[in-house]
Structures are given as C-alpha cells and as structure tokens.
Design a protein around this ligand. Structure first.
Ligand code: FAD
Length: 321
C-alpha cells in the first residue's frame, strides 16, 4: 500500500541548486522540508575541468551528501520517478508527496548517450574522453598525459550544455561532449516545456515559477532558461526562488526577479583564466568591476582553482552566499 505524505516543501535533487535552496529555506525558518536525492555523494563539478587537465585532484570535488544536507531537512535517499500533476507533483518509489505544497525541481541535466559512441572508430583515433561525469575527469588527464602529439579536436553538441565542459583534445585523443537533456522522468512529464527539444522544465525566466502550476518552481540545469547552465547562475537563482516560493505559499505577489546572470570561467592556460559574466541581454555583469576579467589573468585562475570551491562548500551550500 502506498503511503501518502504531505510536506511544506519537497525538493527533488540535492545538487548545487537543491542544497542551496534547502539551506536558504531553513534560514528563513521553514521546518518541513524533504529532499529527494539518490546519490551518497555530492560533486563540485566546476573543478572537474581542472581535474581533467591534471591541475586538481578528483578527491577535492566530492563530499558525502549527508554532511551537506542542512540540519532539519529530511533526506529521502531515493530517485524521484515521475512528475504528473494529475496525481501529485512527483513520485518516488518511497513516497508520494502533496500537490498542495511548494516544490522545487533541480535535478540537473543528463547526458543522453554514452560519450564517444562512434567517433574513435571512424577517425582512427586511439582515445576518446568526456569530462561530464564524476569518474571521467581523472581518466581524461590520464589520456592527455599519454598523448605525445597530434591534432586537437574539440566537440560541442548542439543545444545547451553545462558550462565548462568544452575541452580540447588531440586527434589521437578525441574529447567529446555528449548531447545533454533533462532526465527522462522529467522530459516525458507534464512539467517539461513543449518548446524545449531537450525536455527542460517550463518556468517563468524571471521568477522560476512553473508556467502551469504556481506551487512548483524549477531552477538550475533542469530549468529551460535562456542563459548558460552554471553554478554561478544558480548562486543568483536560489535567493530568487526562495523569496518567490515563500510568497507563493502566502498567496502574495512574487517579489524577486532573476536577470539571467551567469558566468563562464574560461581557462586559457595552466595558470590563466578569464571570467565572462553577463545577463539575459548579454549585458556585462562584472563581479570585479575594478579589474578587466575579460583578459586571461593569474588572479582569476587562482579564484577558480581555490577561491570558488571554498565559496561553494562553505558559503553557497550553507545558504550564505
Ligand atoms: C565539467 C563541468 C565543468 C563546469 N564548470 C563550471 C564552472 O566553471 N562554473 C560554473 O558556475 N558552473 C560550472 N559547471 C556547471 C555547474 O556545475 C552546474 O550548472 C550545476 O552543478 C548544476 O546544478 P544543479 O543543481 O542544477 O544540478 P546538479 O548539481 O548536477 O544536481 C542534480 C542532482 O539531482 C540528482 N538526481 C538525479 N536524478 C534524480 C532523481 N530521479 N530524483 C532526485 N534527484 C535526482 C543528482 O544525483 C544530483 O545530485 C560545470 C559543469 C561541469 C559538468
């Protein structure tokens, strides 16, 4: 027999967006929050590009999920499996949750195919890598170290991808970024945007409210937003989602708006990086207006290598930054 449980807030996905939102809701005094997340581990994905190029260790990118879930949040260690509003906002094998409470949907995007399915045999190349999964980056570095020469090939799929996954590769070592889309259980569900061929969720691009259900909000990689899918974007999205969810629960007008801010840190050398930051209108939104971050800089590289991960673990995931 299925047990029906009701909660004030249900968050599907305990990645960057899910944990950030949960932490902020707790700080706002929300007491009944459920987080559905199947993984025992949480990954800081932006460092994977440096792991793949031998400049950081894989171990630096992972922490136990249980240590990051804010105190007072109930963790359902399971996989949400459907999203249909005829029976409720979402279902997991463990629980069915109330359609009357606020939900947040950040289970990111998934790769639609295994990386490099065809190219190595066609090109005659000897190796093929991607840097989009937790086990891939160290192997990417192994491949790169073993390449002695050749022609670099970059691949990038059509459609939105997680920022920072574009990598260079030799002809002997093809690095392919697989096409990405919403996970199947959302892509095929009622929350998916019919206008998105990738099945990303239909939300208002300024408030994150579902275009169909006012008690549902989506942010992060899984939301169909006309901006780059980055953790930096989520840092700006999370406070907006939280303010608007709380207002929606009180049937108040939504007070907060997101301007599309995102940032793309482009590593140009083993110790240089440039940081491009912009909004929906591609208007520059520099975090450091006193320096020109559009040129490769050592200080920006240090920021990516050491500063941003500290900001992530100690600030963002605790609802403080
Ligand atoms: C190689 C790489 C480099 C990057 N570089 C940068 C960068 O330099 N700067 C930057 O800002 N961003 C960067 N990003 C992007 C950034 O990491 C993502 O945008 C961000 O992590 C997305 O957060 P999210 O919460 O939407 O998804 P995620 O953090 O991916 O979390 C999704 C969660 O949903 C869970 N989940 C999956 N299925 C289910 C289910 N059925 N039910 C419940 N939960 C489920 C997953 O286990 C996961 O924990 C990079 C990404 C990659 C891959």
């Amino acid at each position: 027999m299925t047990t029906v449980r009701h909660h004030q807030v249900v968050i599907d996905g305990g990645g960057t967006a899910g944990i950030s939102v949960a932490a902020r809701l707790r700080r706002q005094g929300v007491t009944d929050i459920v987080l559905v997340e199947p993984s025992e581990h949480h990954y800081y994905q932006p460092l994977w590009t440096l792991v793949g190029s031998g400049l950081a260790k894989a171990g630096e990118t992972v922490r136990p999920q249980g240590k990051l879930i804010p105190k007072g949040v109930t963790w359902i260690r399971d996989r949400a499996a459907a999203s249909t509003r005829t029976t409720g906002p979402s279902r997991s094998p463990a629980a069915t949750r109330s359609p009357t409470t606020s939900s947040s949907w950040p289970p990111a995007c998934s790769s639609t195919s295994s990386p490099c399915p065809v190219w190595p045999s066609r090109s005659g190349g000897t190796g093929c890598r991607a840097t989009t999964g937790s086990t891939s980056p160290p192997r990417t570095w192994e491949f790169i170290r073993n390449v002695r020469g050749g022609t670099a090939i970059f691949t990038m799929p059509a459609g939105p991808i997680k920022c920072g996954t574009k990598e260079s590769i030799d002809y002997d070592l093809l690095h392919a970024v697989p096409p990405q889309s919403a996970p199947a259980w959302l892509k095929d569900g009622a929350l998916a945007d019919p206008a998105s061929p990738f099945g990303y969720l239909a939300v208002d691009q300024y408030t994150f409210q579902s275009t169909r259900w006012p008690d549902v909000f989506a942010l992060g990689d899984v939301a169909n937003l006309p901006t780059s899918k980055t953790g930096a974007a989520i840092r700006k999205q999370a406070p907006v989602v939280v303010a608007n969810m709380l207002a929606a629960r009180r049937s108040k007008p939504l007070p907060a708006r997101y301007d599309g801010y995102t940032s793309c840190p482009l590593v140009t050398a083993h110790n240089r990086m440039l940081l491009a930051e912009f909004d929906y209108g591609l208007k520059p939104k520099p975090s450091f207006p006193f320096i020109d971050t559009m040129k490769p800089r050592y200080d920006m590289w240090l920021l990516k290598r050491y500063g941003l991960s500290a900001l992530y673990w100690h600030g963002m995931l605790r609802g403080l930054a």
